[in-house]
Design a protein around this ligand. Structure first.
Ligand SMILES: *[C@@H]1O[C@H](CO)[C@@H](O)[C@H](O)[C@H]1NC(C)=O
Ligand SMILES: *[C@@H]1O[C@H](CO)[C@@H](O)[C@H](O)[C@H]1NC(C)=O
Length: 265
């Protein structure tokens, strides 16, 4: 037990250090393309399925492995604008990561709706015709407008022991690096592991109502976020449950030179 906990800490610390190296909030330059079929993103690697169409006005993005981060980048939000000032606005738009982009030529492939949202008034079709554009982007906190962090019980769940949860509407600018669950009122916590994308699972699920705590990257350390009752006693597969908490932290990173960079308006 002691050793396990030590290993867990070690792994968490490693994950946090790794996440901090990415310097998400720096301004980055890349090219961006768009998906021509609207459904290709909702079947994305993060596992959001059709729920993704409820995110950010379907401003969805598939991101390269360095941003997707084996799934911990799922649900991260980015401000993005194209650099062609004739066609594109200065503000650009925001997108949320819902998929993995395996094409190494652009950091993101975004939904047509997100792509068009970068255009100046009346220029959307001109932008679409370009197909691929130079953009600059930076990570920004996600704002789900009053929604709390929410979990969905996945279909792969097998009562009584195997439980798979998907996290939705994760606010702020952090990554979830650990998830523990326990029966409500119990201090006997069981860790979950990331199965894929935004889905975490355990084969040692408690019965009855479930409480949850999450370790997120925040500051230069982790921060535990505690949710009281997340799954009620009568939770069901496919059920979507409000955690009653939201994350609004912004992970601080040591980014050196990038501290001087600005999103110039
Ligand atoms: C992208 O991947 C292809 C195929 O693996 C490779 O040939 C090419 O050099 C890569 N391009 C860049 C810019 O990394
Ligand atoms: C979020 O959680 C708070 C605190 O538990 C609760 O009062 C509020 O109703 C929740 N918000 C939504 C949108 O469910």
């Amino acid at each position: 037990m002691g050793l396990c906990f030590f290993l867990f800490l070690l792994i968490s610390t490693f994950t946090i250090a790794n996440a901090a190296n990415a310097c998400d909030r720096c301004l980055h330059q890349t090219k961006v393309a768009f998906f021509s079929t609207p459904n290709s993103l909702s079947s994305g690697a993060c596992g959001y399925g059709s729920l993704a169409t409820t995110f950010y006005g379907t401003h969805l993005a598939a991101a390269v492995p360095s941003i997707y981060k084996s799934g911990s980048g799922c649900g991260a939000c980015f401000q993005m604008r194209c650099k062609d000032s004739k066609v594109c606005s200065k503000e650009g738009t925001q997108v949320i990561v819902t998929d993995l982009n395996k094409n190494n030529e652009t950091d993101f492939v975004v939904s047509g709706r997100a792509f068009k949202a970068m255009a100046n008034k009346g220029m959307a079709n001109n932008l679409l015709k370009l197909g691929v554009v130079d953009v600059e982007y930076k990570r920004v906190p996600c704002d789900f407008k009053g929604k709390n962090l929410t979990v969905r019980v996945e279909e792969s769940t097998k009562k009584p022991n195997y439980l798979a949860l998907k996290f939705l509407y994760q606010g702020g600018q952090t990554e979830i690096v650990a998830v523990d669950i326990a029966k409500v009122g119990s201090s006997s916590w069981t860790y979950m592991t990331r199965n894929y994308g935004a889905v975490w699972d355990t084969s040692r699920a408690p019965t009855g109502p479930v409480q949850l705590r999450l370790l997120v990257t925040s500051g230069y350390d982790g921060k535990w976020i505690w949710a009281k009752t997340v799954l009620p006693a009568d939770w069901t597969v496919g059920g979507v449950y409000d955690s009653g908490v939201q994350i609004d932290d912004i992970a601080q990173e040591g980014c050196g030179e990038c501290d001087e960079q600005d999103w110039k308006s």
